[in-house]
Write a protein that binds this ligand. Sequence first.
Ligand code: ZN
Length: 232
Amino acid sequence: MHEQRSPNCGPRKNGLTPRLIVLHYTAMQSATGAIDWLCAPEAQVSAHYVIARDGAVTQLVPEDLRAWHAGRGQWGGCWDVNSASIGIELDNDGVSPFAAPLMASLEALLAEMMTRWALGPAQVIGHSDLAPGRKIDPGPRFDWRRLARGGHAIWPSAEDLAATGAVPVDAARFASDLATFGMTHPVDPETRLAALRARFRPGATGPLAEQDMCLAATLARRWPVDPTLGQG
Ligand SMILES: [Zn+2]
């Protein structure tokens, strides 16, 4: 573990502690460039960790402090996601596959943090989940299924979807099910649908379909967001 301290941080507000882990990609050519940027005072952004494509982990902000990675957004009843989360930047340009050593280091880091802060797999989310439309990282190339197999994220199984059964297309229910899961950020229906698909149905296109309905209902049933999330 390397260390390069970023000045872009402060105390967590309102007694909040890490209840979420938010995954990002750097959208830069190198981890060194990303680390330098996240440590530059004028950047006004940071993250707790950067994981390079060779697997090297650099800590920029101690976990007990509030890093500046989430920005405007919301998850469940939490508006100040920075105060309630740990942010991890993954060295990826947004187009290429995520490197295998990076994924291995991410899994090891998640395992430690989830134990340290008593977090479950549904508490590991993407930046696009909390800021749909404004942010698209970690993007459709990120392997959420792999994280879920290791217990470090969630992924509905075929059995989960079958247990939910058929759900007719209904835009109001879709929005309400996703809000129950945690996607509460107010956005237009197309943006919400695109965010769900980027995370769980990469490549899916077209209008709201029964598969999206079943997926949203399954997420709401199996992994409803903790209603106390935004409270210290
Ligand atoms: Zn991000």
